[in-house]
Design a protein around this ligand. Structure first.
Ligand code: LLP
Length: 423
């Protein structure tokens, strides 16, 4: 369910005509619907209402302050993977006691920042990280709350780049070696064991890898109990998929039901780290056609958004639906369809938003929307080819708000210096 709908052949976000936003802020821009964001967050969170749980939104999927604030007003916490994400989350008003810190390579400085901020727990991913955390905690005279991210070696059946819970992936501690690490942590003066965590991958469209993981983790928790280690939090990570094209991912309620069954007999609080399922379909990328080139062998629609704005098609061959903002604009030749590549201005053949796609014929100046771009869209954007990053806009009812200004040439070079010897 989302709030990007046509009214009289014109695409709206809630009650705002997208063309009006384009006129005011220029293109390209990311556009989010606050009603959709809230709906998705609440649907997900309420699916777990019967369980003691905490929904920690995966900040990496969409990290704008305004959006984080929206989730915090709905009772959300945050799953972070860097000091920068911690900074954002705190600035957005997320309660540090609702923040979990994942990631294989936390620096000493980041560990300290998390610790003094009073986050709920660190999801520690190696024995060396544990040693470092103990040292930092001792220096600060604080006790570090930890869970260990275990790698259950479960196949999430998703794209290789975004699968994380297989033995060959860099993430977590192999589950069969983790017991030893827990026993080590138990002896440490400035470490408090709170939980067990895992995250097996992203864009999962089946439930069984989740339940298989939970099953393994449950057995592991019982083993820990025999050593007198009790587990308060069980963090299952994120990963629930969405529909980009013809996938049929389980509804959050179905996912929750399956987990509830598997949680039977466990007295832990469940932590969930959803990203994509909350924001993906709540955001789009709006772009304008610069030129069209119809070469006889190929049709190219050259637009002003590129792989630096949305990396997913180039990086994962990901499919994003493309819709015209005006279904029959003056410039669109007619209602016929054509097969075209939608490409950006970047100097690489890998710069495309869609390949060999059947689309309504688009002409110069037409606006188009790249759908389902709310997750891993803006957050993965870059300045490649010295392109200022796009603006981000949030709609609420009949109003829109620029929640991130478009970058400009000055911001592009703001942090660069020419050393004296070159002056
Ligand atoms: N928790 C941890 C520890 C994670 O590493 C991730 C995602 C999540 C939660 C959230 O997963 P989600 O619910 O969004 O699936 N850039 C890729 C996705 C990378 C996901 C990385 N980790 C893409 O655009 O598909």
């Amino acid at each position: 369910m989302h709030h990007f709908i046509y009214k009289d052949n014109e695409l709206y976000c809630e009650s705002v005509a997208i063309a009006d936003i384009a006129k005011a802020v220029g293109t390209p821009f990311y556009l989010y619907s606050s009603a959709t964001l809230a709906h998705h967050f609440n649907t997900f969170d309420k699916s777990f209402a019967e369980l003691s749980h905490l929904t920690c939104f995966a900040v990496k999927s969409c990290s704008n302050l305004a959006i984080l604030r929206l989730f915090s007003t709905l009772g959300g916490g945050a799953d972070i993977v860097s000091g920068g994400e911690l900074y954002r989350s705190l600035k957005a008003g997320i309660d540090p006691r609702r923040i979990v810190y994942s990631g294989v390579g936390k620096t000493e400085e980041e560990l300290r920042y998390g610790l003094v901020s009073g986050i709920l727990m660190f999801n520690v991913e190696s024995e060396q990280e544990l040693e470092k955390l103990q040292q930092v905690a001792q220096e600060q005279d604080l006790v570090a709350p930890v869970s260990f991210r275990v790698n259950p070696d479960v196949d999430p059946k998703t794209h290789a780049y975004i699968s994380t819970g297989l033995a060959k992936n860099k993430f977590g501690i192999p589950i069969e070696q983790a017991e030893k690490v827990y026993l080590r942590a138990k002896e440490m003066s400035h470490i408090k064991i709170l939980g067990v965590s895992c995250h097996i991958g992203s864009q999962l469209t089946e439930i069984s890898p989740f339940t298989e993981t939970l099953h393994k983790v449950k057995q592991f928790v019982s083993r820990l109990e025999t050593h007198g280690i009790s587990i308060e939090y069980l963090d299952l990570g994120g990963g629930l998929g969405v529909r980009y094209q013809d996938e049929k991912p389980p509804h959050p309620q179905e996912y929750a039901r399956a987990l509830k069954e598997e949680m039977e007999g466990l007295r832990c609080t469940l932590i969930l780290e959803p990203g994509r399922v909350i924001v993906s379909n709540a955001g789009i990328l709006v772009s304008q056609v610069l030129y069209t080139k119809r070469t006889g062998s190929k049709n190219f629609i050259i637009v002003d958004a590129a792989m630096n704005d949305l990396a997913r098609p180039s990086l994962y061959d990901a499919h994003h639906d493309i819709l015209p903002v005006i279904r029959q604009s003056g410039q669109a030749v007619n209602e016929d369809l054509e097969i075209a590549d939608v490409v950006g201005p970047i100097c690489e053949s890998g710069d495309f938003l869609a390949k060999d796609r059947e689309l309504p014929i688009l002409g110069q100046g037409d606006l188009m929307a790249v759908m389902s771009s709310g997750a891993y869209g803006f957050t993965m954007s870059s300045n490649y080819n010295s392109r200022p990053r796009a603006a981000e806009v949030l709609v609420k009812d009949d109003q829109f708000y620029v929640i991130r200004e478009r970058e400009n040439y000055e911001t592009l070079i703001r942090d660069e210096n020419i050393p004296d010897f070159l002056e």
